[in-house]
Design a protein around this ligand. Structure first.
Ligand code: TRP
Length: 336
């Protein structure tokens, strides 16, 4: 029996932080041998907000190299760049024309970004979820690992599948495959270093709120030194009045590989002055192998290019077949 397919993607905006890694990529790596995986750098999504053309290509390579550095294994997984495969754009157009406008206007993320981006709201921002649906549906993905913030987009993808299959397919011959969310057992929710009630996020304006995977040791030290804490001595998990305390202990637990119970005992009598250096040291040590692997990949541009070329070839043949299937269902003539 062939393996089920998994697809996911990351935008090449800035580099990845601990929240991206612990909450997403680490889980892809853990599960990758069970699936046939497609991990995409979604550079077409990246221009739905104002972007810098001088850094787009380099940022794209950075994310691809970080995939490898975090342990994505080419034996199980394909790594490719969204814009290298024209079918993503083309399927988006076709799906645009079967997606009701109000479905997109009602998306929570669109409503939030529309406020945040102010006058820089382009049509692409509204259309973002349809492009994401194309990413997923082109590969007949069975499973999509999604965090809380992307759940609604996957729901929209599923609604598009229902609609296209109803309008242009039949029970026996669906046009597109219905994807399912891949829910993991215990999700690591990594919160901001400056506000323990907010998720660690690329879009947070303060750089001090997140630890990036490529931050050098002295910067990690500085960020942890300045992070928000509380005046209570003795550290504990799960006290709703101490969200920062819970977050920092959780970070320490995951990064050290210890159990929650062990950490609870280890830290119960500690003050911040004792805990912060410990967390700093642990974070630096945990990121070191990723940073070394990243550097090795970046030093061998030819290798990285060959990875993306192989990924593109594998992805493209599947994507083109799906696109042809959709065009046929919609009644398009085939060029002769
Ligand atoms: N929108 C996703 C995010 O910001 C990125 C993304 C684009 C994606 N296409 C995808 C995720 C397809 C999963 C599947 O996180």
């Amino acid at each position: 029996m062939s393996k089920q397919r998994v697809l996911s993607g990351v935008q090449p905006t800035g580099n990845l932080h601990l929240g991206n890694y612990l909450g997403a990529i680490r889980n892809w790596v853990e599960a990758q041998s069970e699936y046939e995986n497609f991990f995409c750098v979604v550079d077409l999504h990246a221009i739905t907000a104002p972007h810098n053309p001088a850094t787009l290509a380099a940022d794209t390579y950075t994310i691809a190299a970080l995939y490898l550095a975090c342990g994505i294994d080419l034996q199980y997984s394909n790594i490719f760049v969204q814009s290298h495969i024209p079918a993503h754009s083309e399927l988006t157009w076709l799906l645009n024309c079967i997606t009701p406008l109000n479905w997109l206007e009602d998306m929570i993320q669109f409503k939030e970004k529309r406020v945040r981006q102010g006058k820089d709201v382009n049509v692409g921002l509204l259309d973002y979820p349809v492009l994401m649906a194309s990413d997923i549906l082109l590969y007949d993905a069975d499973k999509v690992p999604v965090g809380e913030d992307q759940k609604q987009h996957l729901e929209l993808t599923r609604d598009i599948v229902i609609r296209i299959n109803h309008q242009f397919g039949s029970e026996e011959h669906p046009v597109l495959k219905m994807p399912e969310p891949l829910i993991r057992k215990e999700g690591a929710r990594v919160m901001s270093l400056t506000d323990g009630t907010k998720k660690m996020s690329k879009s947070d304006p303060t750089e001090m709120s997140r630890i990036n995977l490529l931050d050098p040791p002295d910067l990690i030290q500085k960020k942890i030194k300045r992070c928000k804490t509380d005046p209570v001595k003795g550290l504990e998990f799960d006290n709703p009045e101490r969200p920062e305390c819970h977050n920092l202990l959780t970070l320490y637990t995951i990064l050290s590989g210890k159990t929650k119970a062990d950490v609870a005992v280890e830290c119960q009598d500690m003050g911040w002055g004792q805990f912060k250096p410990l967390l700093t040291e642990t974070a630096i040590a945990a990121l070191k192998p990723i940073q070394e692997k990243y550097q090795a990949v970046m030093d061998d541009q030819g290798y990285l290019e060959s990875v993306l070329r192989d990924g593109r070839q594998n992805a493209e043949s599947i994507a083109n077949a799906t696109l042809a299937r959709v065009k046929k269902a919609l009644g398009y003539s085939v060029p002769v």
